[in-house]
Design a protein around this ligand. Structure first.
Ligand code: GLU
Length: 314
């Protein structure tokens, strides 16, 4: 790991270099409210398990987590269901777009993994059965992990996604026809759209995911006791899935370029886990053709090259 005093200078360099890439991607527009975001924003935050935090740029501006929430809902479902979960969702990379329907037909309504939309909908279906108010349950977990009591989901973004969620709804009905959906698709979609509309800053996201770098142990900074949020074995497995499936159909490219467990979202955020070291959250709204942040991916690639994190710790 670089010396602590080197990280701020490194982040400043990376931020400056990455800013040259503004204009190379496009802000997601299929959810109308996301298209209103100012594209020229870019933040990076690092949290380490030994208590350091570093940030640069717009690292304290809340953004729409979108698919990054799939990481947290998956962890909640894994805690509740254990291995029974794998009867309803697979754990293979899809090699297809995040919102692809095609595999569902040939694979009998069982999605490839929990991080593509179809798989995340099954996870939200599982949690809808378990929680009367899933949004409170999820926010409760996130507030605790991030040490941020004010975290919320954005009702305008949730409404905007819900009004245009035709493809996700189609997948939900299709899975229901195969017996892989327990609740009414409408109710699950309500929960899913609220979940995706959760907002956090890079600094908060890095903190909220730190347990994944720390063998599942959440390190509280607000005076509450630390908590074994997820078992060490489960944590290792979650990280393996993030490495292989966390970046849609660019997961192989991300593994090659960055080599860390990551989760990306169409809000332009990416969180990366450096096991035994810490977490890195990046956010810049302009996306490449596969729905991943252009500046964010570049920044992670540069950071890993400069620190060696991808090579030494996973
Ligand atoms: N809410 C988005 C959707 O379901 C999430 C997609 C993403 O962030 O990749 O399409």
């Amino acid at each position: 790991m670089p010396k602590p005093h080197d990280l701020p200078a490194l982040l400043a360099d990376i931020h400056r270099e990455a800013s040259d890439l503004f204009g190379q991607g496009r802000v997601a527009s299929y959810i109308p409210a996301l298209a209103e975001v100012n594209p020229h924003q870019f933040g990076i935050a690092i949290a380490t398990i030994d208590g350091q935090t570093h940030s640069v740029g717009d690292a304290h501006t809340p953004f729409s987590l979108q698919s990054i929430t799939k990481l947290f809902t998956f962890v909640l479902a894994l805690k509740l269901e254990g291995d029974a979960l794998w009867q309803r969702v697979g754990r293979e990379p899809s090699g297809a777009a995040f919102n692809s329907i095609v595999q569902l037909e040939t694979e009998n309504g069982v999605p490839r993994n929990p991080f593509i939309n179809a798989g995340a909908l099954v996870i939200t279906d599982i949690l809808t059965t378990r929680y009367a108010h899933l949004d409170y349950a999820l926010l409760g977990a996130l507030r605790r992990l991030a040490d941020e009591p004010g975290l919320h989901w954005n009702p305008r973004v949730a409404r905007s996604e819900r009004d245009t969620a035709h493809r996700n709804m189609a997948m939900a009905y299709f899975m229901k026809s195969h017996g892989n959906f327990r609740n009414e698709p409408e109710a699950v979609l309500d929960n899913y759209c609220r979940q995706c509309a959760t907002e956090m800053s890079c600094a908060q996201l890095a903190q909220a995911t730190l347990f994944l770098a720390n063998n599942g142990r959440d390190l509280s900074r607000s005076g509450q006791p630390d908590e074994q949020f997820l078992g060490p074995d489960e944590t290792r497995r979650v990280n393996a899935l993030l490495l292989t499936c966390g970046a849609y159909d660019a997961a192989g490219d991300f593994a090659y370029r960055i080599g860390l467990p990551v989760k990306t979202g169409v809000g332009g955020g990416i969180v990366a886990v450096v096991p035994e070291v810490g977490t890195v959250a990046v956010w810049a709204p302009e996306l490449d053709a596969k729905g991943n942040s252009v500046l964010g991916a570049f920044a992670l690639e540069r950071l890993v090259a400069a620190t060696g994190w991808g090579h030494t710790s996973f």
